[in-house]
Design a binder for this molecule. Structure first.
Ligand SMILES: Nc1ncnc2c1ncn2[C@@H]1O[C@H](COP(=O)(O)OP(=O)(O)OP(=O)(O)O)[C@@H](O)[C@H]1O
Length: 275
């Protein structure tokens, strides 16, 4: 799914990442941990194609992203879902349009433009918003939402995209502990295709007080369609609960790479020591 060979990234004279060798297989859920400035965002930007390596190579879904033309990159990009720290939401439009942006890679330009006037695929948008506890926000203007609500809109956009690989950079940093756990459960849930509501199962939310009610069973028996997740986090506890593997970065290098069962406090301790 992902292969880095001696990948590095410099910003001017500063090496943000150096000599990374890394292989991530389909279905793995990988937490990227490390102190502020360790290189987590830079690594995830290499993986979602928004940055190119300054040295070495980065292969994602079998392709070397840097070597692809824009036209060849587009279909690949559809298979990669990304949540970045800036969320990339259009603030002035209603939430429904931001969620539907997850489908843009599959829609023709005409259909995308028409949807700005008469929103399409509303059931899917409603369902995704229900899952993140924002069922009430379909026609809210995005700019009126709180930081945590915006973060959940970005996750709903990713749910309608239904990508096979999710690259998420601190996707739950603005969420309270309960919603952070719920959002990570959604991101790490195997991709069973566009979600279908399970009426009566208690999975549909909500009210404007934001009381999320995301009780959908998260352990789907679809190993062959398991979604691959690479997520940067600042809370090791969330990594332990939702990921299968932990990678630790320090000053732009991988200093630990462990199955989650071995990622004890002692193992992680040095990661957060000041240099
Ligand atoms: N666009 C840029 N221009 C110059 N330096 C950059 C740029 N982006 C990142 N850096 C530098 O690269 C290093 C790694 O940054 P990065 O954002 O990847 O760290 P991080 O681990 O994600 O940090 P945080 O947890 O604070 O988000 C830092 O020293 C940062 O200052």
């Amino acid at each position: 799914m992902i292969r880095l060979r001696r990948a590095g990234r410099r910003f001017g004279a500063h090496a943000a990442l150096s000599d990374l060798d890394l292989t991530i297989h389909a279905g793995e859920r990988v937490a990227v941990l490390g102190a502020s400035g360790a290189g987590k965002s830079t690594l995830l930007a290499l993986l979602n194609g928004s940055l190119e390596p300054s040295s070495g190579s980065v292969e994602v879904l079998g392709e070397d992203l840097a070597s692809l033309s824009a036209a060849r990159r587009r279909p690949l990009q559809r298979r990669i879902g990304s949540v970045s720290q800036n969320l990339a939401l259009i603030e002035q439009v209603r939430v429904v349009h931001n969620v539907n942006a997850g489908r843009l890679g599959r829609w023709s330009t005409a259909r995308a433009l028409a949807s700005l006037v008469w929103p399409r695929s509303l059931d899917g948008v409603r369902d995704a918003l229900d899952q993140v506890g924002l069922g009430w926000a379909l026609y809210e203007r995005t700019e009126r939402l709180s930081g945590g609500e915006r973060q959940r809109v970005a996750i709903a956009r990713l749910l309608v995209q239904a990508p096979e690989l999710v690259i998420a950079d601190e996707p739950v940093s603005s969420l309270d502990p309960v919603r952070a756990a719920e959002a990570l459960a959604l991101l790490s849930r195997p991709d069973a295709g566009p979600a279908t509501p399970q009426r009566g199962a208690g999975n549909c939310a909500t009210s404007h007080d934001g009381a999320a009610d995301v009780r959908r069973p998260i352990a789907a028996p679809l190993a062959e369609r398991a979604r691959t997740l690479v997520v940067s986090l600042h809370q090791p506890t969330l990594a332990r609960e939702h990921c299968t593997r932990v990678i630790g970065l320090r000053e732009g290098r991988i200093v630990l790479d462990l199955p989650v069962a071995d990622a004890t406090d002692a193992a992680l301790h040095d990661l957060y020591e000041l240099a």
